[in-house]
Structure formats: C-alpha cells, structure tokens
Design a protein around this ligand. Sequence first.
Ligand SMILES: Nc1ncnc2c1ncn2[C@@H]1O[C@H](COP(=O)(O)OP(=O)(O)OP(=O)(O)O)[C@@H](O)[C@H]1O
Ligand SMILES: [Mg+2]
Length: 426
Amino acid sequence: MKKSEVSENSNVFDNLMNKERIFRNREALSSTFIPSEFPHRNDEINSFANILKPALYGARPSNILIYGQTGTGKTAVAKFLCEQILEKAETENKKIHTAYINCKQTNTPYGILANIGKTYYAEWDDVIPHAGWRIDKVYATLKQKADDNGGIAIVVLDEIDALVTKTSDDILYHLTGLNSDLNNSKISLIGISNDTKFTSWLDPRVKSRLGEESLTFAPYNAIQIEEILAQRTQIAFNDNVVDPVVLSYCASRAAQEHGDARKALDLLRISAELAERDDREIVTVDYVTQAQNVMEKDQVRSIISTLPIHYKATLASAILNQGKRENGQQTTGEVYSTYTKICERFNLSDLSQRRIGHIISELDMQGLINAKIVSLGRQGRTKFISVVLDENQVKELFREDSFLSDIMDELTKTGNYIGSTQTRLV
Ligand SMILES: Nc1ncnc2c1ncn2[C@@H]1O[C@H](COP(=O)(O)OP(=O)(O)OP(=O)(O)O)[C@@H](O)[C@H]1O
Ligand SMILES: [Mg+2]
C-alpha cells in the first residue's frame, strides 16, 4: 500500500475537514479580524483620516480622543486607519511609524515606552533591559531613538482610561509632553475609551493636549448591525448557509444591549459553530437561541470566577438559603447568618453585616442576585433577596470553582445554613 493511501484512509480529521460546509473563512469572525469596509462608519473614518492626513506631508497630526460605547468599532477603525496610512506612506515614500497599545494589558510606564520605542528601533527589547533602568533613562533613550530615526509616530492608546487613576496620570503627562522634547521627529497620540468621564481625572494640561480633537462613535441601531452582519456573512460563510432571519434576530438582540456589533458578531459565530457541531448545513434561529444561552452562561461564569472571596461566600450563602425558603426570599440577616458559618468553617475573618449589605447590593448590580426593599408596614422596611440565576446552572458553575464547590459540599452535608429563627434585619 502507498503511504499516501494509508494516511488518506486512516486520519480521523479527513472526514471532519471535508465537512467544512458552513464556514468559508472562519477567521473573519474572530475578534482580531479587521474588515476592509465599515458600514455606517464613513463619517467617522473620514474625519479620523482627515486628522491623520498631515502625517503624509511630514506634519504632526493633532492628538485625538475617541469615545464610544463598547462594540462601536473604535479599535477596529483605529487599527484599519493605521494599516491604511502605513500603506500610503510606503507608496509616497514618507516615514510614518504606528504603535498600537492596549493599556489594559500594558499599563506600566516602562511597557508603554518600550512599545513606542520598538516602532523606531527594532532591537529595543534586546538592548533596553526589562527592568532596572530608571524611567527617566528609558524616556531619554526613546527620545534619542525617535530623533535618530525621524518621521512621525502615530501611537494608539486603546482603553486609555486604564492609565489614569484618581491619583496619577504621570504616563500621559510625559507622553503628551514628548513632542516638545523631540527635534527630528514627532508623535501623535490617539486615545480610545468607552468611559467619557475619565478625562475629569486628568491634569488640565494633559486633558487639553490629549483632546486636541475628539470623535464620538455612536451606538448602532438594529438595522445598522444587520448590515454589518450581512457584510461579514459574505466573507465568513459559504453562500446561502445562514438563514436571513438569523441576521435580523442577532442584530435585534445586540441592539437591545446598547448597539454592540461585537455582541452580534459573537452571537452569529457561536450559532454557526453550534449548527456545525450538529452537522447541519444551515444556521437557523434555533441555534441563535442556543448560542444566547451559551453566551449568558459564559458571562456569568466569568463574573463568578473573578469575584473576591467574600463576594463568593455571600453569593453561596444566598444560593444555599434559597433552597430553604418557600417564597425564595431572604433577608440580609439570613444571608449574613449563613455567611458567618462559611467564614467560621473556612477560616476566613468575617466582615460586618453592614459590609455584606454592600456586597449584596453589588451582586445585585452584577445581575447575580435580586435585592429589593420591601415595606413591612409598622415593622419598617427590609431588603428581600432572591437568586435570579437558574439554580442548576449556578450549581454547575459553582462546581468549576474550587472554593465555591467546597462550600456547597460542606454546607449541604451539614445543613448548616439559614437560621430560621433569625431576626429579620435590614
Ligand atoms: N461598522 C462596522 N463594520 C464592520 N464591522 C464592525 C463595525 N463596527 C464594529 N465592527 C466589528 O465589531 C467588533 C467590535 O468592534 P471594536 O472591537 O472595534 O469595538 P470597540 O468600539 O473598540 O469596543 P470596546 O469599547 O469594547 O473596545 C469588531 O469585530 C469589529 O470588526
Ligand atoms: Mg476596543
């Protein structure tokens, strides 16, 4: 037998690979994909490109602040325009550098300067140590390399609010001051944020330097999202595999949640993946419903996994107590009673009932529990707490977290929750 025949007949993936019936280009639905067209963002792209244009004539573009809610295309458009201007600079023989920095991931002065430094000087990481140098020295090296190299740097600081705390905006102060120290090069900063209020924490000088120009990306409506999905469908899927109703359904769901195109694209991608797993050739609305469940569960999972330990203990208390209450409602005092038992059992020093009251309000805001104030007539008012999440789903998610699954096991075994004689405290 020839070697090729063996592998053809025996590789388990052959069969699966032949079944690429739904996707034409999976990558087009990934979060890093940058489309070449942006329906409903023409005006923003034009204004943005006009602000950047001077770079092609060797002049420094104004710094820009871009605002807009999540999923409105800020990051994608900024990356797209960086690609476009680099392409144009090459054909026009102009020296333009671009840097993209996600400030949530890179938020130290050192990391930011290194990312900008790399655009001028490819060996930056090899030559400048990762730690040990005073930041002034790194800053001076950046200036030196920028002037040696020349040209104009366009630096995108995405999620720029992560660089600003109530007490410090030092990095931005230095970066916005960099231009006046440069002789042979120039730098433009593009700050992106979905928090319109973050500039109120900035030093007024930094604020005015950064916001020389500003752009706002408005949320999309359902019709606009549907067009964005339709355009992406042509790139990502084979012809006629997505039921058109799927697009309007995904779009209307995402439009209800502040016009977020990312949400709509994720919903479409997960729906198609579920249909594919079922070996279907068409993505129908049924799969969107399933995809929604998957996404909701993922969201709850990520919220639960990042909760601090006392929040987890409080949530677990409410969930354990819930099963013991006929009407499913409990008071802060009842949650607190179970919470203290958890602390005792797991050697945690317990927080005050007042503090747990605040934690309950925060869990309420995150949509994990429901807390409502109810008037009890002459007895005053109390807060009734109930769990909004599906009990089985929560238990399944708790199983994935070692602390929470220990609590559930232990307290369920000992029956050590909800003091029924508990006084009702607000
Ligand atoms: N007009 C559009 N045309 C095509 N795709 C779009 C458009 N607007 C947004 N998208 C796509 O939607 C997704 C979310 O966009 P993006 O990541 O740019 O949002 P964002 O405004 O940066 O959100 P966040 O504030 O959460 O970072 C990306 O996959 C992007 O390609
Ligand atoms: Mg973004």
